[in-house]
Design a protein around this ligand. Structure first.
Ligand SMILES: Nc1ncnc2c1ncn2[C@@H]1O[C@H](COP(=O)(O)OP(=O)(O)OP(=O)(O)O)[C@@H](O)[C@H]1O
Ligand SMILES: [Mg+2]
Length: 258
């Protein structure tokens, strides 16, 4: 395996009304090609800021990000970010949103077919011609996930992509993602507050500290897919990660932000 993402000594702070705010404090990490990394950490610690730096949307104050050995200074075509705040184009239908970015396909008909295929994968069959304002929040989130997957990016940056979905839909989307990754082997960076989701999906789970954030602990998830979430190995790992987050681990799944 080769190193796809190489992050070294990242620092980031913001100037605010109340003075300087240190947000990311010396983060270094390497992600191998095809690897799936989950990032968990307390709310407001700097997860989105870290991801936006790695994806090239904001510049670090110090340190560097190499993608395939090349310094990253702006968003590149090989990476797609699914942001926490959503970025579906309101003036385009579901199908048109999904066709957006399929620049490698020249035939409009073929683009529409790919769009419809991904709409159906995320459970939006029948809504291809609908506009975003006609959809629910969870459906909008699924449009965004489908749009990112349709492009088949080498790197998929996902910032809490499933948190607007109900438990059943979130589980369904996770399973779809795993199915797609089996075929297409994207490199994935996922931010989540759901520890179980992190263990379900990732090869490695990184726990970030409170702000200014750094990597507090890393857990390898050496469990074959499909992973049984009720298994003792998963539960043990979940408890260890929750403990690292300072959350009292209970028998039932809890939200790491609780
Ligand atoms: N552009 C900005 N200017 C000023 N402060 C910012 C900016 N972006 C983020 N921050 C601050 O940086 C801190 C970290 O924000 P960030 O969005 O990275 O946290 P997060 O870990 O993703 O939080 P959450 O779990 O709630 O999504 C917050 O205190 C936020 O107010
Ligand atoms: Mg965030």
């Amino acid at each position: 395996m080769s190193t796809r993402i190489d992050v070294a000594g990242l620092h980031k702070g913001f100037a605010t009304d109340k003075g300087p705010l240190a947000v990311v404090d010396d983060v270094s990490l390497q992600v191998e090609d095809g690897e799936f990394i989950a990032i968990v950490g307390p709310s407001g610690c700097g997860k989105s800021t870290l991801m936006r730096m790695i994806a090239g949307f904001i510049a670090p104050d110090a340190g560097h990000v190499l993608i395939d050995g090349v310094e990253r200074t702006r968003p590149g075509p090989q990476g797609i970010l699914i942001s926490q705040h959503g970025s579906v184009f309101p003036w385009l239908t579901v199908r048109q949103n999904l066709m957006f970015g399929l620049n490698d396909i020249s035939s409009k008909q073929e683009k529409a077919a790919v769009a419809d295929h991904y709409a159906s994968i995320v459970g939006l069959k029948g809504f291809e011609g609908s506009y975003p304002h006609e959809l629910s929040g969870g459906m909008l989130k699924r449009v965004e996930i489908a749009r990112a997957l349709a492009v088949k990016p080498a790197i998929l940056y996902m910032d809490e992509p499933f948190s607007a979905l109900d438990a059943l839909m979130s589980l369904r989307m996770r399973n779809e993602l795993l199915r797609i990754l089996e075929r297409e082997r994207h490199t994935v960076l996922l931010i989540t507050h759901d520890v179980e989701e992190a263990i379900h999906l990732a090869d490695r789970v990184m726990v970030l500290s409170p702000r200014p954030t750094r990597i507090q602990a890393t857990f390898e998830v050496n469990l074959p897919h499909p992973r049984k979430l009720t298994s003792p190995a998963v539960q043990e790992l979940r408890m260890a990660i929750l403990k690292e987050l300072g959350v009292e681990a209970e028998a039932d799944p809890v939200d790491a932000r609780a």
